[in-house]
Write a new protein. Sequence first.
Length: 270
Amino acid sequence: MKAQSSNTDPHSAPWALITGASSGLGAIFSRIAAESGLVPVIVARREDALRSVAEQIRTATGCEAIVRAADLSDPQSVYRLADDLLSERGTPAVLVNNAGFGAFGSMLEEDEAVFERMISLNAATPLRLSLRIGRAMRAAGGGRILNVASTAAFQPCPYLGVYGATKAFLLSVSEALAQELDGSGVTVTALCPGPTRTNFGTAAGLQADSPFDRYAADAEAVARFGWQAMMKGKPVAVEGRLNRIGALAAQLAPRAFVRRIAAKLLVRMQ
């Protein structure tokens, strides 16, 4: 599909809703959506960062992205966003739930409020949007949902414990919803990348030259892999051969062994 011309009425064009779009994978997904002929409706808290992304998309593709600043950790803000967009623009062709964050370190040393926001943003918000938008997609007879999970979903993650748990939740609920929607024309894909070269590591409290960043995959490659998997309707897409091997091993090995190895690897990331 060709990208929409800047003269195209964005209200009548097929569109994609992308959260966490102010940087990293979300910004790349937004550009890919524009390249695919969809008007990106990009959402994050920081309006100034979103406008910068929108300008980059316009320059690269000629498509005018729609900016919506919102606190996606607040349930009422999420519902209001979804309902307003459905009313204004109809049903999106694509929903990408990408917003989220992590925090490296011992759970006992972290402020509980951080974890409460993390659970809301990483787990509850993708579910809220998947249900609200998924119902509209089912009624319209088609649509694609991409939930950005993580290889952290496949095992306990000491020193990244709550983040890993939110991604395990998101993987599980994505697979369940994909099966419930089988045959409806709506697909749900859980993208499970390993460490990816975005600002995730530094935002989670790591140094810029930490092992996380040294082992991280290219964000552009990860985003394009995820988009292609979504378009193919794959329920689960683990990016990278070593990540696929690791995810399988984590499911087959004894749990005690898996959590000890995970702890040794993750403590080195700090």
